[in-house]
Design a protein around this ligand. Sequence first.
Ligand code: ADP
Ligand code: MG
Length: 394
Amino acid sequence: MKKQTVRDIDVAGKRVLLRVDYNVQVDEGGVVDDTRLRESIQTIETLRAAGAKIVICSHRGRPRGEVVDAQRNAPVAAHLSRLLEAPVASADECVGPAANAAVAALEPGGVLLLENVRFHPEETDNDPDFARELASLADIYVSDAFGTAHRAHASIVGIPEHLPAVAGLLMEREVDFLSEVTHSPERPFGLVLGGAKTQDKLPILDYLCEGADVVCIGGGMANTFLVAQGHDVQDSLYEEAQVDRAREVLASVGARDDIEFLLPDDVVVSYGAPESGSVTVVAPSDVPSGWRILDIGPATIEKYARALKGSRTAVWNGPMGMFEQERFAHGSLDLARIFATLDATTVVGGGETAAAIHRAGVGDFVSHISTGGTAFIAMLAGQSLPGVDALLDA
Ligand code: ADP
Ligand code: MG
């Protein structure tokens, strides 16, 4: 990595603001999937061993600049404390007197998790005063927030204007691995895209397709393409504003004879509540009125398995359906198993996609699981990430 890391700086006795991406779901039982927490442990332990006072900062969800109790960071602090087997203090503010006092109370080796930074609209606005306030909590900035590195937000690019800023060990691992896959991937190159963030991901699909031999589309992303093909997806999740863009992608891949660009031939549709409504499998042209597509169908899973089979590099971001519900998890869990058996460098990215891989029990059988979703896709598309650019050069 061409950036300085925690190994390049002396943190003994210093206050370190560690920006992480703990954008995890929390339910009554606590943190649902703690992959992102576990991935940051190595950096935290390294800082603790070096005697730093560790002030952790993260966003969670999209509270849109308001305090939302369900999106507080306290349950995440409790979970982190269990993973570290050490106390983790939590502050109910990320700036101001409460945050200052909590930081002042830290001993060397101590850990504090600040409140959800997106409770302040200044975070996503990259407000310079807010960035200065956050920076005033620490002497050094360390970023492990690979999953948020595509966002030019205050705690990502604003703080580094005031503090020496270096990469954490997770950030380093991600950037090193993904640079390699981007620069010299072994062909054939298979790409699978799904999930819900079509608005973020579809605009860069062209760049991704350039180097790909096979592209398989599922999830909400597929629905947008099905609409672009003229199908009526009824009540399915899709992105109206991206339909024209999807049509352009179809035209450009249609003009190439060196790429297989695949969309679902059959889909699992549901009527009513996802956990209890009716379910059946239909062709994309036959979605009944008022029903919605919640997974790819069995014939599509087989088609994607066949198409990906000879890949030497395979990349996947975005679940094939609403996999949180057992009944719509087949596409994503089968795809996870397909990835695990490929004789290829296999790279999987995205919070939910990583969760699907773990749920299928195949985490040990893929080459790299990235904590980034959109950041991961942006990097694969050759875009530079603001949150990486902001760090000190090596
Ligand atoms: P990642 O976190 O892996 O980058 P996204 O955040 O883009 O992936 O999307 C994950 C979400 O997409 C999941 O919560 C899943 O329920 C949802 N999803 C996938 N397919 C569908 C669908 N057909 N309809 C509704 N939601 C879907
Ligand atoms: Mg996600």
